[in-house]
Ligand binder design. Structure first.
Ligand SMILES: C[S@@+](CC[C@H](N)C(=O)[O-])C[C@H]1O[C@@H](n2cnc3c(N)ncnc32)[C@H](O)[C@@H]1O
Length: 259
């Protein structure tokens, strides 16, 4: 994991509710709180905005730009887009979704929840686990907003839960059973992913490369009922450990499947 970057918490809206929310989050994450948003010493600001919690940055021009935002309601990851998803897509096949069978999934590297939300839209019960406090806070906010929207309420309430923990520790201690354990670790020279390039750059700046993913694979193999799936970029070496049973290949990445 990466050393911490200068991040503070603020709100773009001058309302007592949002300032209170921002202050509580700053306390929870042990980060500085700024009652008014503006240029600070922090490179990044976690800001409550009119649309939700975002990680933002100020450009030299003084313009604020959004870097990370979880939105399951609108946009490219929104549920409307997910209506076009089918169980024939590579992620669904890799996870073990079949007509009449929806595996329970432990998403050990939740990130912004993009893959986890796709699986929940396809009918899987998904337990998301994230160890970065910043990514966890953004994802938690995205899930809370989605829980309040008619189109996503059911998906989120019935099929998604989120915890803030190191998945390695969780998997070593839990007695809960999951059909599939899904890993999508950061790794050096990663090229393409479910996330776009800017998001990936920012996430890398926040969390670094998940060089401990060999241990996570070992714990996942011991805990999974049916299979472990690891997303890798095309041509990347396998995660150290036993060889995968097979791979589902895509244009720029692949899923290594351990049965
Ligand atoms: C590439 S991102 C995952 C993207 C995610 N699949 C998505 O669709 O948004 C990798 C994430 O896994 C998290 N991570 C890596 N190892 C972890 C562990 N042992 N426990 C919890 N989270 C972990 C990192 O903090 C990072 O947020």
């Amino acid at each position: 994991m990466k050393k911490s970057l200068p991040i503070s918490v603020s709100s773009t809206i001058n309302s007592s509710t949002q300032l209170h929310q921002a202050k509580s989050l700053a306390n929870r994450l042990n980060l500085p709180f700024h009652p008014s948003i503006g240029k600070t010493d922090s490179s990044y600001i976690l800001a409550y905005t009119a649309v939700g919690l975002q990680l933002v940055q100020f450009a030299d021009t003084g313009q604020m730009r959004s870097l990370l935002f979880v939105d399951f309601v609108k946009g490219k990851n929104g549920y409307r887009h997910s209506r076009n998803l089918t169980i024939k897509q590579p992620l669904a096949k890799a996870i073990g979704i079949k007509s009449g069978f929806r595996p329970s999934v432990f998403d050990a590297t939740a990130g912004l929840g993009t893959d986890g939300f796709v699986l929940a839209c396809l009918g899987c019960k998904v337990s998301l686990c994230e160890r970065s406090p910043i990514l966890h806070a953004l994802l938690e906010d995205g899930i809370t907003r989605a829980a309040g929207e008619p189109g996503t309420k059911e998906i989120v309430a019935d099929r998604l839960d989120l915890q803030f923990e190191d998945s390695l520790v969780f998997l070593q201690q839990t007695s809960k059973k999951f059909h599939t354990i899904y890993l999508d670790p950061m790794y050096p020279h990663r090229t393409k992913s479910a996330l776009n390039k800017q998001e990936m750059r920012v996430i890398r700046a926040l969390v670094g490369d998940d060089e401990d993913c060999g241990g996570l694979l070992e714990a996942a193999l011991a805990a999974a009922e049916n299979r472990v799936v690891i997303k890798r970029s095309k041509g990347a070496e396998e995660v150290p450990g036993p060889p995968p049973s097979y791979a589902v290949k895509m244009k720029s990445s692949r899923f290594d499947i351990y049965l």
